[in-house]
Write a protein that binds this ligand. Structure first.
Ligand code: ATP
Length: 208
């Protein structure tokens, strides 16, 4: 089941983890097939979009049967590299960072925060949620082949840390700081500003 991932549109690629999580829970419940209606209602994506998304990876639902859960799961596992653990580092063990360390993401997929960094002597050399916390000065020493980083430091620290991460060969950054960080074009940054998301939700609630 080979697939050139460059051919999947970015909007579709972004929905893959959502589909994967839902199909995985169906699989755990022992379900072998799912209708596009059920999928659509559960992941809150309209069924035309689901059909189009799924057609990119050769999964064509059959009328009256729906989609084969196992086939889709296998596809998603391969496409999302679920068979391989992606090593992640978290920088900034404040309130948000600590929550992520305790949550760690292994329930849904194979990404794992393997190490964290901070400047605070009260946190350095401790284990939080089973993850060792090192001093940020030792970033280059420990980071090894970690491929993604989660940034939960204060905004003013974000760019300098980003530059160091880039030097270390990081491939992607999930940026929770309000800072707009600059990176070379081959590095992927996803920016999540929870305050802005909340504000935008409130705006929609009021105006639509
Ligand atoms: P949060 O923003 O997650 O709610 P907080 O309010 O507890 O966190 P912040 O001041 O935002 O604290 O800092 C987040 C964490 O980042 C703290 O643990 C702080 O020690 C750490 N930190 C600050 N500067 C740096 C830096 N340059 N490198 C690494 N960690 C840093």
């Amino acid at each position: 089941m080979y697939m050139d991932q460059n051919k999947i549109p970015k909007a579709t690629a972004k929905r893959l983890p959502l589909y994967y999580r839902f199909l995985n829970s169906l699989h755990l419940q022992g379900k072998t097939r799912v209708s596009s209606k059920e999928l659509s209602e559960s992941v809150k994506v309209d069924s035309a979009t689901i059909r189009r998304d799924f057609s990119y990876f050769g999964a064509l639902g059959k009328k009256g049967y729906g989609y084969n859960v196992e086939y889709l799961l296998n596809f998603f596992r391969k496409t999302l590299d679920q068979d391989e653990i992606t090593r992640v580092a978290l920088i900034g063990v404040g309130n948000l960072g600590t929550a992520f360390l305790n949550y760690n993401f292994t329930k849904n997929n194979n990404t794992k925060i393997e190490m964290a960094f901070d400047t605070d002597p009260g946190k350095v050399d401790h284990n939080i949620g089973g993850v060792p916390v090192y001093h940020i000065d030792d970033l280059e020493e420990y980071i090894g082949n970690v491929s993604a980083a989660i940034l939960t430091v204060p905004a003013q620290a974000a760019q300098a840390i980003t530059d160091r991460l880039v030097e270390c060969g990081i491939a992607g950054i999930l940026n929770f700081t309000p800072a707009r960080i600059a990176v070379p074009s081959n590095i992927r940054v996803h920016h999540i500003d929870l305050a802005i998301e909340l504000q935008s939700l409130v705006y929609f609630l009021k105006h639509y």
